[in-house]
Design a protein around this ligand. Structure first.
Ligand SMILES: C[S@@+](CC[C@H](N)C(=O)[O-])C[C@H]1O[C@@H](n2cnc3c(N)ncnc32)[C@H](O)[C@@H]1O
Length: 462
């Protein structure tokens, strides 16, 4: 393999050697020597350096992968489990505290026992989990990989097998898990418009059933070669993105077609694998080189994300007004709430979604005592649910009708009446705004005024 793109490195580190960060031929039972060299190559001599391991051990004694001395094929079941445990142990030793291990495996049907007893389903994934836990790993998540076909093929008295288990183990509680990278806003139910505060603008937390079909079992990827069970690129992509960052080391002790190493390099990680079958190794090295995929520096913000952020910001003053009325103020005292956006955070961040200014437009005849009570109330309610749940930093204060009109002397402002914060009823200029606020009679709900103009139908999505 010749053309591995370099993962970003601090300036003082040499660029990674592409002849080392690849699939090596060897026996996974002897990975210590390779991992020792890899630690050095990663600049972490004798210390843990693996960020994540993504692997699928051979399918017990069921599949012959075509080389001598295989783990699985030709072994007793107990010897097979012992071999897997030893490998999980070496991997654990070299894994960083933030690191993890993914094991993809499936159950299998026992050979028909003598004497007419029915064959038992062997829960191989959980036997492997027990081996991994016995050497220090903690099972943290089970993902169902829903694929349209898998082994064992259909048998009499058995449903067609349609999924495999993906087990996720961690070394400590500080494991890397970048769930924001897998969010997407597709398939939001229609109530996102009315309840934007209940939806993450970047989409739902991905669930633990991953539907990733494979066209044919084995050798399905045009760029690949015949292998009994190569991982599809999308499966590798999800595991790599969730559990590692750019420049991290991603390892596979049963590399097979090299799908993990290839997927890791494509995402700017250092991919390392070991595989017993020399033919698979040379085919990987001769096949199209794994090159880092060009990723846009900043992911474009989807229309859906932008609209969810806007709706959330427009609904905040509506909830604020509700709290004010609940505290005994009337719509003749509180004429409107003006919401202005100060900043929007277009990336998932713990800091929240952005900053808004909420000015409560009060009637000119509101007494000083009532004004003081209202200011105190604002301080109190912004720190409590439901407003504290919006993930917005809000600066709240009072403003007069005349000041509000003056703000929009040279521009238009949108008005949202009847509590519909997703659909502006119209726009007004400063010249008409003051009169509109003062003369609007006494509405049952407090109107929201904002330079943000949204007209979103309840049915339509992006
Ligand atoms: C289930 S396959 C892995 C397929 C891989 N996930 C992929 O995407 O292509 C298991 C692999 O383990 C390899 N294997 C079996 N015994 C091994 C050993 N002792 N050391 C290293 N690899 C071994 C087999 O040759 C086979 O390619």
């Amino acid at each position: 393999m010749s053309d591995v793109a370099a993962a970003p490195q601090p300036d003082d580190r040499p660029a990674p050697d592409p002849t080392f960060w690849t699939v090596h031929q060897g026996d996974a039972r002897e990975i210590s020597a390779l991992l020792q060299r890899a630690a050095q190559a990663a600049g972490r001599e004798d210390q843990p350096f693996l960020q994540t391991t993504i692997t699928s051990p051979p399918y017990a004694n069921l599949v012959d992968y075509g080389s001598d001395n295989q783990i699985g094929f030709g072994q007793t079941h107990d010897d097979y489990l012992d071999s897997c445990r030893e490998i999980f142990q070496s991997v654990h030793k070299w894994t960083l505290d933030t690191g993890s291990m993914w094991v993809v495996a499936d159950s299998l049907l026992e050979k028909r026992p003598k004497g007419g007893a029915s064959s038992r389903l062997i829960p191989l994934p959980f036997q492997l989990a027990a081996q991994a836990e016995s050497v220090g790993w903690t099972l943290r998540e089970v993902v169902i990989w829903r694929k349209d076909r898998t082994r064992p093929w259909s048998h009499h008295g058995k449903l067609r097998n349609g999924f495999e288990y993906v087990l996720f183990f961690v070394k400590s509680n500080s494991f890397t898990f970048n769930v924001d990278r897998l969010r997407d806003t597709a398939n939001l139910k229609s109530w996102w418009v009315k309840y934007p505060e209940r939806h993450n603008p970047w989409g739902m937390t991905p669930d633990n059933v991953w539907e990733i079909p494979i066209p044919v079992q084995g050798s399905w990827d045009e760029a690949a070669f015949h292998h009994a069970c190569p991982f599809p690129p999308e499966l590798v992509r999800r595991m790599v993105l969730l559990s590692s960052d750019e420049g991290d080391v991603v390892f596979d002790p049963f590399a097979g077609s090299g799908a993990v190493v290839r997927g890791a390099i494509e995402q700017g990680r250092l991919g390392l694998g070991i595989e017993l079958n020399a033919e698979y190794v040379s085919l990987f090295q001769e096949s199209a080189p794994a090159v880092r995929k060009e990723m846009p520096e900043v992911k474009p913000v989807s229309m859906m994300t932008q609209r969810l952020l806007e709706l959330r910001m427009l609904k905040y003053p509506k909830d604020l007004a509700k709290q004010i009325l609940r505290a005994g103020f009337t719509t003749s005292q509180v004429r409107a709430v003006l919401m202005e956006v100060e900043s929007i955070n277009f990336k998932p961040a713990r800091a929240g979604y952005g900053t808004i200014d909420c000015s409560v437009v009060v009637a000119d005849d509101l007494s000083e005592i009532e004004s003081a009570r209202l200011s105190k109330l604002l301080l109190d309610v912004v720190g409590k649910a439901p407003l504290s749940k919006y993930g917005l930093e809000a600066r709240c204060g009072l403003i007069s009708v005349a000041e509000t009109a003056a703000k929009f002397e040279d521009s238009d402002v949108s008005i949202y009446t009847r509590g519909r914060t997703w659909h502006a009823d119209g726009t007004l200029s400063g010249a008409r705004l003051g009169a509109w606020i003062s003369e609007a009679g006494t509405p049952t709900v407090v109107p929201i005024i904002s330079p943000l103009h949204v007209r979103q139908s309840l049915e339509e999505s992006f």
